[in-house]
Design a protein around this ligand. Structure first.
Ligand SMILES: Nc1nc2c(c(=O)[nH]1)N=C([C@H](O)[C@H](O)COP(=O)(O)OP(=O)(O)OP(=O)(O)O)CN2
Length: 163
């Protein structure tokens, strides 16, 4: 009951990525494509290890950086939206919403396993990917991972996952 609990929080200047996206909201309003300098933070909870760490800051930092750099300078597209339809050929990624169409070189686009590219969904994807990337290194003892994604200077979408 009175046992201490521990968490590592990382908020690094390096955890910023610049990306374009658009979402739908209020049913069928589809935004114009626009960009954000997204900021990311991560927290991991669990017991202390033999170093008296929850996890090594550096290992966690590098895992988050790998994921944010993979999104940097890309257009973020939803794989699972019912009306934003994304298709790829060998060169180009084509996106359709009703009578609107956008075409990007494949290397400029990242298709995420999300319904809508909201900050919350992007946070979930980063949390899942960081958890997968570090699971073997950090082991089974951790309890949660939480990722926050800030779209615009204080507008955070946050996702917490069990470890
Ligand atoms: N809970 C959430 N709410 C909203 C999200 C989101 O991801 N989660 N996203 C959006 C839009 O993407 C919107 O584009 C947010 O961008 P922002 O630049 O903050 O919106 P504005 O155009 O009003 O900002 P300016 O400061 O005028 O550029 C909406 N809500």
């Amino acid at each position: 009951m009175n046992e201490p609990s521990f968490r590592v929080d990382l908020t690094k200047e390096q955890f910023v990525f610049s990306a374009a996206h658009f979402i739908t909201f209020a049913g069928d309003i589809c935004e114009r494509i626009h960009g954000h300098n997204y900021a990311v933070r991560v927290s991991v909870e669990g017991p202390l290890d033999e170093n008296r760490y929850v996890v090594d800051f550096i290992a966690l930092r590098d895992a988050v950086l790998a994921e944010t750099q993979a999104l940097d300078h890309h257009v973020l597209l939803p794989r699972d939206h019912s009306e934003i339809l994304v298709s790829e050929d060998d060169k180009e990624t084509t996106v359709r919403f009703r009578d609107r169409r956008w075409v990007f070189p494949n290397e400029d686009a990242v298709i995420l396993p999300v319904v809508n590219t909201t900050a919350e969904e992007i946070a979930r994807v980063i949390a899942e990917r960081v958890r997968k990337q570090t699971h073997d290194k950090f082991g089974d003892v951790l309890t949660t991972i939480e990722v926050g994604v800030d779209e615009n200077c204080g507008q955070w979408g946050v996702c917490r996952l069990p470890w």
